[in-house]
Write a protein that binds this ligand. Structure first.
Ligand SMILES: NC(=O)c1ccc[n+]([C@@H]2O[C@H](COP(=O)([O-])OP(=O)(O)OC[C@H]3O[C@@H](n4cnc5c(N)ncnc54)[C@H](OP(=O)(O)O)[C@@H]3O)[C@@H](O)[C@H]2O)c1
Length: 276
């Protein structure tokens, strides 16, 4: 595995990351979460959030849902708020909506979901359904999933933002083959957020996308910080590096999150912002 494990790689802080449900309970409990500024508004957002792909696609059984309710509780108790979903994720949006309603925690959540269909009317119908499933009349972030029909959806998202139905708009992708197009889209239009794949063994975004996002004042959400789980599985048999404790890490999951939060381009921007 081509993974360089230098202590210096992990120092510094910037960015925002999403992780699968299991890691939430293990990696953030007990620590108050750092926050970063959303460039387009100045609003502060906790740096680690909860993804819902596969993990929240469960049925109605309480045995399936109780651990997910606990994940959200741990996240909120740790100062986190971001939940990322999509109509592509099976039952996930509905499960998130039910769990937030049952716990009375909608106001603590920054709910991000996506539009993942072609055509203006289909997009509008899908976004309305997402709002119903998530039991909210105002979504925090609506993202165009994997660039699907983005030119058609963007005017709707802009109108919905003006009307207050969504607070921020963004665009996502999950694979290196789309990075060139994503960069062009990032430079052509104004986006509040871009969501991209970034992990210790998947660093292509460092070349052009992260610098482009910083130039454009676009907040970055990182997906697949554990390589979709595969990177964590590969590392699971390896001993933690001796310096892990020095950076406050007791697991590989924590080290991998620390890595995506330490990108140099974003760190430079953050330093410039605070005038240091
Ligand atoms: N195009 C897009 O917009 C896009 C694409 C991908 C992801 N996303 C978003 O980003 C989120 C995160 O991405 P992801 O879930 O694909 O990948 P990921 O966060 O890199 O990996 C999550 C997986 O890692 C494993 N895992 C988590 N914590 C662990 C731990 N402590 N120990 C061992 N294994 C652990 C689990 O897999 P196992 O159960 O298999 O071990 C889990 O499903 C998604 O939920 C989704 O919200 C968006």
């Amino acid at each position: 595995m081509a993974v360089a494990l230098k202590r210096s790689t992990f120092l510094g802080l910037a960015g925002a990351a999403l992780f699968g449900g299991r890691a939430a309970a293990q990696s953030v409990a007990g620590n108050r979460m750092n926050q970063r500024k959303i460039p387009s508004s100045g609003e502060m957002l906790p740096v680690v959030g909860c993804g819902t792909w596969r993990t929240f696609d469960v049925g109605g059984k309480s045995a399936d849902r109780a651990p997910l309710a606990e994940v959200l509780k741990v996240m909120f108790d740790s100062g986190g708020s971001v939940i990322d979903s999509s109509p592509m994720y099976g039952a996930a949006e509905g499960v998130v909506g039910d769990l937030l309603a049952a716990a009375g925690t909608r106001d603590k959540a920054f709910i991000a979901t996506k539009v993942w269909t072609s055509g203006r009317d289909n997009g509008i119908a899908q976004m309305k359904k997402s709002m119903a499933l998530l039991k909210t009349d105002r979504l925090d972030l609506m993202q165009i999933h994997n660039l699907v029909d983005w030119r058609v959806h963007l005017p709707t998202l802009r109108a919905w933002k003006t009307e207050g139905r969504i607070r921020y708009l963004g665009v996502t992708h999950y694979t290196q083959s789309a990075h060139e197009e994503l960069e062009a889209v990032l430079r052509a239009e104004k986006w509040d957020f871009v969501q991209i794949n970034y992990a210790l063994d998947d660093r292509a975004v460092e070349r052009r996308l992260l610098p482009a996002a910083a130039e454009r004042g676009t907040a970055v959400i990182v997906n697949q910080p554990f390589g979709g789980g595969g990177l964590l599985r590969k590392l699971s048999g390896r001993k933690l590096p001796a310096w892990a404790a020095e950076i406050g890490c007791t697991s590989w999951a924590q080290i991998l999150l620390k890595f995506v939060l330490a990108n140099a381009a974003l760190l430079k921007r953050m330093v410039a912002e605070v005038g240091a």
